[in-house]
Design a protein around this ligand. Structure first.
Ligand SMILES: NC(=O)c1ccc[n+]([C@@H]2O[C@H](COP(=O)([O-])OP(=O)(O)OC[C@H]3O[C@@H](n4cnc5c(N)ncnc54)[C@H](OP(=O)(O)O)[C@@H]3O)[C@@H](O)[C@H]2O)c1
Length: 290
C-alpha cells in the first residue's frame, strides 16, 4: 500500500447512501474501511472495500480501534426505517457522538456527516433534532468537519414507484410543492469532494426541481399505468401523525418526517446528472417483490 494513500472509515456503508460513498472513495484511490454491525450486509459492495470493522455504533466499547490509522471518517448512520427499541437520539445523535469521540482519540483529520436539508429549521421533529444535535457536537468538537444537508434521496421516492405499480399514487396534500431529489451516486461525489473542500456546511439537491405531482406522474408513466393520483388532505395526515405519536412515538415521528418531506417546499443547490425518470424505469423493470 502506498504511504500517501488516504484512509477513510465509512460508517453507514450497509445503507443506500453509504454504499455509494464507499464506492466513490474507492474509485478515487482511497483505502476504504467499512464499519457495520452486520458485515454480511456489505457483500454487495465488498469489491470496493479494503477492510471491514464490525461494531455497534451505540455500544462505545465495540468502537475501540475503529478509527485507528484513518485520515477521514464519513458517517451516514441514522435510523430511516429500521425497527427496534433504539430512538433517533440513541443512534443518530449518541451513536454518531460515540464515533466522533473514537475519531478524536485516534487523531482523525476530518469528519464528514450527513444531516437533512433545512435541518436547522425543523428541530421540532425528533429525527431532525437528533441529526442537528450531532451536527452541533461536531461543530464544537474542534475537529475539521463538513455537515452535508441533502434533499430526499431517490431511494425514498421508491415509495412512489411501489404505489404506481399498484395503479394509484397517493399524495400528501395537493402535491404542488417542489423538491429536487438526488441520486445516491451524485450525492456520494459531493460527500467525497467535501474531504478536500473548505465548506463546513453544504446544502445539496439533485439536478431537476419537480413537484410531487410531477414525481407521481413520472412513476405512473414508468410503471405503464394511467394517471391515477389522489390527494390526501394534509389535515387528515396531521391527525394521523398526532394519533401515531400517542400510540408509538417512534413511528409517529417517522410519519411526521415523511409528512414534512412530502409537503415542504423548496429546492437545494442543484448538482449531479442522474434523472429520477431513469431511476423509476430501473425500478419498473425489477421483478415484483414477493
Ligand atoms: N433517505 C433520504 O431521503 C434522506 C434525505 C436526507 C438525509 N438523510 C439521512 O441520510 C442518512 C443516510 O440515509 P440512507 O437513506 O442511506 O439510510 P439507510 O439506507 O437506512 O442506511 C442507514 C445506515 O445507518 C445504519 N444504522 C441504522 N440504525 C442503526 C443502529 N441502530 N445501529 C447501527 N447502525 C445503524 C444502517 O445499518 P444497518 O444496515 O445495520 O441497519 C445503515 O448502514 C440518514 O441519517 C438519513 O436520515 C436521508
Amino acid at each position: 500500500m502506498s504511504t500517501d494513500m488516504k484512509r477513510v472509515l465509512v460508517a453507514g456503508a450497509t445503507g443506500y447512501l453509504g454504499g455509494f460513498v464507499a464506492r466513490e472513495f474507492k474509485s478515487r484511490g482511497y483505502f476504504v474501511r467499512a464499519m457495520a454491525r452486520s458485515p454480511k450486509k456489505l457483500d454487495p459492495i465488498r469489491d470496493s472495500l479494503d477492510e471491514v470493522f464490525q461494531a455497534e455504533i451505540t455500544r462505545p466499547e465495540t468502537l475501540d480501534g475503529a478509527c485507528d490509522g484513518m485520515d477521514i471518517v464519513f458517517s451516514s448512520v441514522g435510523i430511516t426505517k429500521q425497527k427496534g427499541n433504539l430512538t433517533f437520539k440513541d443512534v443518530d445523535y449518541q451513536g454518531n457522538k460515540n464515533l466522533l469521540e473514537t475519531a478524536q482519540r485516534a487523531g482523525v483529520g476530518k469528519f464528514i456527516y450527513v444531516s437533512v436539508f433545512r435541518g436547522p429549521g425543523l428541530l421540532h421533529l425528533d429525527i431532525v433534532k437528533a441529526h442537528e444535535d450531532f451536527a452541533s457536537a461536531l461543530r464544537h468538537s474542534g475537529l475539521s468537519h463538513t455537515v452535508i444537508r441533502p434533499t430526499g434521496f431517490f431511494s425514498d421516492l421508491g415509495e412512489y414507484m411501489k404505489m404506481a405499480k399498484r395503479g394509484r399514487v397517493y399524495l400528501f396534500g395537493d402535491g404542488n410543492n417542489r423538491i429536487n431529489p438526488i441520486h445516491g451516486a451524485d450525492l456520494a461525489e459531493v460527500c467525497v469532494d467535501a474531504v478536500e473542500g473548505d465548506s463546513k456546511e453544504i446544502d445539496v439537491g439533485g439536478p431537476e426541481v419537480l413537484t410531487h405531482r410531477e414525481i407521481a406522474r413520472l412513476a405512473l408513466r414508468a410503471a405503464g399505468n394511467p394517471e391515477r393520483i389522489t390527494s390526501v388532505p394534509v389535515w387528515m395526515i396531521c391527525g394521523l401523525v398526532s394519533l401515531s405519536r400517542i400510540f408509538n412515538r417512534h413511528q409517529g415521528e417517522l410519519l411526521a418526517f415523511m409528512t414534512e418531506a412530502m409537503t415542504g417546499d423548496g429546492a437545494a443547490p442543484q448538482v449531479g446528472a442522474r434523472l429520477l425518470a431513469d431511476y423509476f424505469r430501473e425500478l419498473a423493470a425489477e421483478a415484483p417483490e414477493s
